[in-house]
Design a binder for this molecule. Structure first.
Ligand code: GLC
Length: 553
């Protein structure tokens, strides 16, 4: 037993869990319509449990016109019909629990769908409904200019003008994302009451927690002032009147009370893209949220020095508020890390996860990316706190960068004026088996092809193919997850070990983790190799772009 396990009191599941992100549209299609669904997910729950994860986070599964792949919610208390029914959702929750998996849903409180009953009523002139959104008169002589200079996260202005009751151009409404995602006005108590009630609706159905979508966006600066023109400022790096306002914390204090009123208490993880870890820690105060994604880790290049700074910064600031760190390498919004690591690496933390249109500038060396991804998961799973895995990373999937333009579905593609290809490339339906599309994503006799085309090269990346190869990345994930549960769980920060500049080396409990991000191999200390990222790790050597976990002989 590790020292840590003998010395520490039992930890709550959310302080140590590895959580697997299910992007339901692309996970598995049970009914053959080319879209992933609850039946497909339920059939694969035993597979997920067999990986050695502790929880699932399921992307929004509510009824939605899918203007932004379900992040435009039309009804927060039901399930999207093309995914299944509420009864099936309840079954899924209890089946997951029976397999020892917690279930975390995704709540989208910053905006509703424009098809939500509230917004439809607002459009019909219902003033009470209108007051739940952010409608404002325009600027200019005839109100023809947007009320302020804010831009949508997907590109273009964050305001859309509507016709008034007489059919004339009227007020504008705010949407920090697509026009089909009107922002709610969180200064309105009705909005607060509604969302606390939605939380209870799902907690009463045994949901273990929520990932909070754009948790940093709900409160806007009073008077909605202009941001000012800062064209080169990286995303969310400058204080912006739409993001990370101090008033937002009061909302989460209310949510925490709701979560704590359940036995066992329910939990939250924040998606908050804020300027730095001090700002992030504000969301993690004891009466607010439990955890928040640590996105600097995902923005870090494959460079030991930068990664070490990010790890120290994240663990220090999490320790200050007593929260676990929450590591992520990939999710449904960013370029898959196999591909991020397959090109030249920027010198410092970058916005590179957002810069998608790289393939015409520099070819991707996917073999290199995969080697690094294998080492990266060993790094991630050796770190304290919790980790999130994105579906398909256990198959070593790369970003699909050549989806034909006419098949792209992400609003980012058109809202950016066709300059940003958007996020479809990390959302392609998973390959499970067989040697040609749909690779077992849809059942035999499916009536439709998968909603995004799968590359033919995925024949070697199916679960079936990888399961049968003892050295596959899938089997590396299984081994690393098993060993992590036995030896590496907990919140103790890494103790760094002297090592060459391009190498990350630290001890946690009885295990040393060594990761070589440099170009030349190094000599490892004389210890037993518990796990290695590839078979180049032998004879005490750690080659470039490889990782090893070591224990005393
Ligand atoms: C979050 C989601 C993203 C979505 C956006 C708007 O960033 O992760 O997929 O488009 O919020 O809801």
């Amino acid at each position: 037993m590790s020292k840590e396990a003998t010395q520490k009191p039992a930890m709550a599941w959310w302080e140590t869990a590895v959580v697997y992100q299910v992007y339901i549209r692309s996970f598995r299609d049970g009914d053959g319509d080319g879209l992933g669904d609850l039946a497909g997910l339920r059939a694969r729950l035993p597979y997920l449990a067999s990986l050695g994860i502790q929880a699932l986070w399921i992307n929004p599964w509510y009824p939605s016109p899918m203007a932004d792949a379900g992040y435009d919610v039309a009804d927060y208390r039901d399930i999207e019909p093309s995914f299944g029914t509420l009864a099936e959702g309840e079954e899924l929750i209890s089946e997951a629990h029976a397999l020892g998996l917690k279930v975390v849903l995704d709540i989208v409180p910053n905006h509703t769908s424009s098809e939500h009953a509230w917004f439809k009523a607002a459009l019909q002139g219902d003033s009470q409904a209108r007051a739940r959104y952010i409608f404002r008169p325009g600027k200019g002589d005839n109100g023809e200019l947007p009320p302020n200079d804010w831009e949508s996260n997907f590109g273009g202005p964050a305001w859309t003008r509507l016709l008034d009751a007489e059919g004339l151009e009227g007020e504008w409404y705010l949407h920090l994302f697509a026009p089909e995602q009107p922002d709610l006005d969180w200064t309105n108590p009705e909005v607060r009451f509604e969302f606390e009630d939605i939380l209870r609706f799902w907690f009463d159905r045994d949901v273990d927690g929520f990932r909070i979508d754009v948790a940093h966006g709900l409160s806007k600066a009073e008077g909605l002032p202009d941001f000012g023109v800062q064209p080169d400022a990286p995303v969310h790096s400058e204080p912006h009147p739409a993001w990370d306002q101090d008033d937002v914390h009061e909302i989460y204090r209310g949510w925490r009370k709701v979560a704590d009123s359940y036995d066992p208490p329910r939990i939250f993880v924040a998606e908050a893209w804020v300027a730095n870890n001090e700002r992030l820690a504000n969301y993690l105060r004891p009466d607010e949220l439990h955890t928040a994604f640590q996105f600097d880790f995902l923005r870090a290049p494959w460079r030991a020095k930068v990664m070490r700074e990010v790890i120290d910064d994240a663990t220090d600031s999490a320790a200050e508020v007593g929260a676990p760190s929450t590591w992520v390498l990939s999710n449904h919004d960013v370029v898959r890390h196999v591909t991020r690591y397959a090109r030249s690496q920027p010198p410092a933390l970058s916005e590179s996860v957002w810069v998608r249109a790289q393939w015409d500038k520099e070819p991707a060396d996917l073999e290199l990316g995969l080697r690094r991804a294998r080492a990266a998961i060993m790094l991630t799973l050796a770190l304290p706190g919790t980790a999130y895995l994105y579906q398909g990373e256990e198959f070593g999937l790369a970003e699909v960068e050549d989806i034909p333009s006419e098949l792209r579905q992400d609003p980012m593609w058109w809202q950016s004026g066709y300059t940003d290809p958007g996020r479809d490339g990390c959302r392609v339906p998973l390959p499970w088996s067989g040697d040609q599309p749909p690779f077992g994503f849809s059942p035999e006799g499916a009536t439709k092809s998968p909603w995004l085309p799968q590359p033919k090269s995925w024949a070697t990346r199916t679960q079936e193919a990888l399961e049968n190869d003892p050295d596959s990345i899938l089997n590396l994930y299984r081994a690393a997850l098993r060993l992590r549960t036995e030896l590496l769980e907990g919140m103790t920060p890494p103790e760094w070990i002297d090592s060459p500049a391009d190498v990350l080396a630290f001890r946690r409990g009885d295990v040393e983790c060594w990761v070589n991000t440099g170009d030349v191999g190094i000599q490892l200390p004389d210890k037993r190799v518990l796990l290695r990222s590839d078979d180049g790790v032998e004879g005490g050597q750690l080659p470039s772009d490889a990782a090893a976990w070591l224990v005393d002989t």
